[in-house]
Design a protein around this ligand. Structure first.
Ligand SMILES: Nc1nc2c(ncn2[C@@H]2O[C@H](COP(=O)(O)OP(=O)(O)OP(=O)(O)O)[C@@H](O)[C@H]2O)c(=O)[nH]1
Ligand SMILES: [Mg+2]
Ligand SMILES: [Zn+2]
Length: 320
């Protein structure tokens, strides 16, 4: 450990790996830091500092630093993960922050190989709506594998409810300019299942990075989790883009069953029209959501996602 130089420097966390944080400071220099002891204690139950965090660091004379302070976050995209901790100690779940302070989240799915899992997409959208991130975009990659019409039909439900859907191919370089326009000068994150082409898209947007991608295994089209650690990449054109490891599961964090309807953008505006103000939209009489589903104004698949998640949250609530 070096001696402290007594001034705090502002920085941005660009990677975090088992307790070591790479922090970019003014001028682009990257300093490897550890958390100050007091923060380390807090870090047991949540990611106290993670990619996207604005921090104050103390520079040490050996070229490393310590994170002294983490500034309040403007947005937090997170999920619940099981703690590996000892039984009977603490909570069975902890918050895993996917990214802090993002201006924009891009949920990347493949048009095919692997086929899109819409239940999973609906989970990401709920987490996104909860996160306070200003803009959520759905990226449909690998459109070279499907004809355009078919790809658009697959995601029509999401365009209809107002989400921006971008169709891309990292392989054929389709949609890359539109993607660059979106990413320029913003702090964005790529997240989604494994093997959909997140890293491939990043490599196309910023050639020369050489981030590793691997073939999706033929037998199990779900992919093999090539990217293991999240990293926030500084884009030459301006802005930052986080490449994150593909997710097999996304458990919702810190969402009460009663607030779930607010995170389904097409359900939220109807809630005040239900007869009962605590309507769960299962089968209560006078439910405006049910009526909209029956009239075909709300997609059945989205309503079923709502019901599944609501049951999941009620169950989680009952045991905690
Ligand atoms: N046909 C086609 N294949 C693609 C495209 N983009 C990526 N791939 C292939 O899909 C596989 C997975 O790509 P990755 O970029 O590693 O996917 P990822 O989403 O980063 O996966 P994880 O890091 O595991 O989360 C690789 O074999 C890529 O070559 C595309 O647009 N079209
Ligand atoms: Mg990857
Ligand atoms: Zn209702």
């Amino acid at each position: 450990m070096g001696e402290a130089v007594n001034t705090l420097v502002d920085g941005l966390v660009i990677s975090d790996q088992s307790g070591f944080f790479n922090v970019e400071i003014a001028g682009g220099q990257v300093i490897t830091c550890r958390l100050r002891g007091r923060l380390m204690e807090e870090a047991r139950s949540s990611d106290i500092a993670t990619i996207g965090d604005r921090v104050k660091i103390q520079l040490l004379d050996d070229g490393t630093g310590t994170i002294e302070d983490v500034l309040p976050r403007t947005s937090v995209l997170s999920r619940a993960v099981r703690t590996e901790g000892r039984r009977g100690e603490g909570s069975p779940e902890r918050e895993q922050v996917i990214i802090a302070n993002a201006d924009q989240a891009l949920f990347v799915f493949a048009a095919a190989q692997p086929a899109p899992n819409f239940k999973m997409l609906d989970r990401f959208l709920v987490a996104g709506e909860k996160s306070d991130i200003g803009r959520l975009v759905i990226v449909v990659n690998k459109i070279d594998l499907l004809d355009e019409q078919a790809a658009h039909e697959l995601f029509a439900t999401y365009e209809k409810i107002g989400y921006q859907v971008l169709y891309t191919s990292a392989r054929e370089k389709i949609g890359v300019d539109a993607l660059r326009d979106l990413l320029k000068n913003r702090l964005s994150v790529f997240t989604g299942p494994s093997g959909v082409g997140k890293t491939s898209l990043l490599n196309v947007i910023q050639p020369g990075l050489g981030r590793v991608v691997k073939e999706v295994s033929k037998r199990r089209a779900e992919g093999i989790h090539t990217t293991r650690d999240s990293v926030l990449v500084k884009l030459d054109m301006g802005g930052y883009l986080a490449d994150t490891p593909g997710m097999r599961q996304l458990a919702l964090w810190d969402i009460e069953p009663e607030e779930l309807d607010g995170y389904f953008v097409e359900i939220a505006p109807l809630v005040s029209q239900c007869r009962f103000n605590d309507c769960s939209h299962f089968d209560e009489p006078g439910c405006a959501v049910n009526e909209a589903v029956e009239r075909g104004e709300i997609a059945e698949s989205r309503y079923l996602s709502y019901l599944d998640l609501r049951i999941e949250l009620e169950n989680a609530y009952a045991i905690s």
